[in-house]
Design a protein around this ligand. Structure first.
Ligand code: PLP
Length: 436
């Protein structure tokens, strides 16, 4: 019933994964020769596409020199990686703690915030994801938490903006922003402002549907945090390093967090790595006081070399600006047209190269095409939508009632258009089958 590999988030007996034979650039393929445009960059991490020669060279050169060394030693490549990250980070960034991935980056950021403030509790949004570890599923505000929630993590949750399904009855972005901030203020006031160490937020919500907050929201959150002495932690695991057409999601609104967590796009996932970018004032807390935490592989040389190479490519090829431009000039207009053509599309939204297509059974009532439920297989209907895309050579991600498009930042205009045309044709097939 179970194979040698235990697959995450899955009932093992139901697994029939595609056997990948190879991958290059924005495409991967199986043994039969079926190819797919990787419209989700694997798990939204593959900014530079598969098998980028400069990345492969950097990792193999480093492997030939020094594969591993404990975190307590100084090595050039680790410092170069930290400096390269600090160079593109928002102002006031002083130091980087390297971790193995995104979840442990968030664990450490929240631990730093607790030690720094001496306070226990965390504020987190509904419709958020912060990682699959025990602690971070406890913080996560989506159904992936439900089956495992022990209530042990001291978290208070709030609703963040989501205009299409407003919790606040808002009909404009300005109303959504103002009401969401007032709601957050009341949550803080009613739950003991001095009990909160940190507020953690995805600047643009990723796996819960690409929710881009209205102008003014994130700045307003920053001001509330300052008013109540709460640290602002930006979870940039999915938004960092160009995904939104800016180096970090917070740069869309010039907001400066106290701590930023990252993983995925920092090195396109060629070697597992994540980390915390620490502001001067939080770093100062640990100048003469030991930080209570560490990892055997913190600042792993192979990961560090891949970060140095990856940031050089992102900068050298202008891929961050390119992501902004492709989003604005190609993806946005193409998805707008899709929205016009298909009644099954309730809303399209996104920024840079992070986009979602939200499917509905009825545009007027906005009835979701699939429910927002605890983890498990997709509904039969969403499986069909995904299959119709895949048979047309496109690999998006399907989640609840949405298709997510997070292509590699190196994708060509032609590949984007081909992929969106294929999705267009897949949606036509679905509408013909279902009469929606
Ligand atoms: N935070 C966000 C916003 C994410 O999207 C993810 C992963 O998708 C994580 C944290 C967890 O990162 P990892 O899977 O590397 O632990």
């Amino acid at each position: 019933m179970t194979g040698p590999v235990f697959y995450p988030w899955s009932a093992q007996a139901s697994m029939a994964p595609v056997r990948v034979a190879g991958a290059a650039g924005c495409e991967f393929w199986d043994d039969s020769g079926q190819r797919w445009i990787d419209m989700h960059a694997q798990l939204a991490n593959l900014h530079l596409g598969h098998q980028h020669p400069a990345m492969v060279a950097a990792i193999s050169n480093q492997a030939a020199q020094l594969c591993t060394i404990a975190p307590s030693f100084a090595v050039d490549v680790r410092e170069e990686a930290a400096l390269a990250i600090l160079e593109v980070a928002p102002p006031g960034a002083a130091s980087v703690l390297f971790t193995n991935g995104g979840a442990d980056a968030n664990e450490h950021a929240l631990r730093m915030a607790r030690v720094h403030t001496g306070r226990p509790k965390i504020l987190a949004a509904y419709r958020s994801y912060h990682g699959g570890s025990e602690g971070m599923l406890g913080v996560t505000g989506d159904p992936r938490r439900w089956p495992v929630d022990t209530g042990a993590t001291p978290v208070v949750r709030f609703f963040a903006p989501y205009r299409y399904r407003s919790e606040f009855g808002a009909s404009t972005d300005a109303e959504e922003c103002e009401r969401a901030l007032q709601h957050l203020r009341r949550v803080i006031e009613m739950d003991g402002p001095e009990s909160f160490a940190a507020l953690i937020i995805e600047p643009v919500v990723g796996s819960n549907g690409v929710l881009v907050p209205p102008q003014g929201y994130l700045g307003g959150v920053r001001r509330l945090c300052d008013e109540f002495g709460i640290l602002l932690v930006a979870d940039e695991v999915i938004t960092g390093f160009g995904r939104c057409g800016t180096w970090f999601g917070v740069d869309l609104w010039n907001v400066t967090p106290d701590l930023i967590t990252f993983a995925k796009g920092v090195n396109s996932g060629y070697v597992p790595v994540g980390g915390v970018i620490i502001s001067e004032r939080v770093a100062a807390t640990f100048a003469h006081r030991a930080y209570p935490g560490g990892l055997t592989y913190s600042g792993h040389p192979l990961a560090s070399a891949s970060i140095v190479a990856s940031l050089a490519i992102l900068r050298g090829e202008g891929l961050v600006d390119r992501a902004a431009k492709l989003g604005q000039d190609v993806v946005g207009p193409a998805l707008d047209a899709l929205h016009q053509r298909h009644s099954i599309v309730g809303e399209i939204r996104g920024v840079g190269l992070a986009w979602a297509i939200e499917l509905v059974t009825d545009r007027a009532t906005r009835e979701p095409y699939a429910p927002y439920v605890a983890p498990g297989p997709l509904t039969e209907r969403m499986r069909t939508v995904l299959r119709e895309c895949q048979v047309r050579g496109v690999w998006p991600l399907a989640a609840a009632n949405r298709l997510h498009l997070f292509p590699p930042l190196i994708i060509t205009e032609n590949q984007l258009t081909t992929a969106i045309d294929a999705i267009d044709s897949a949606l036509t097939a679905i509408e013909n089958q279902e009469d929606v």
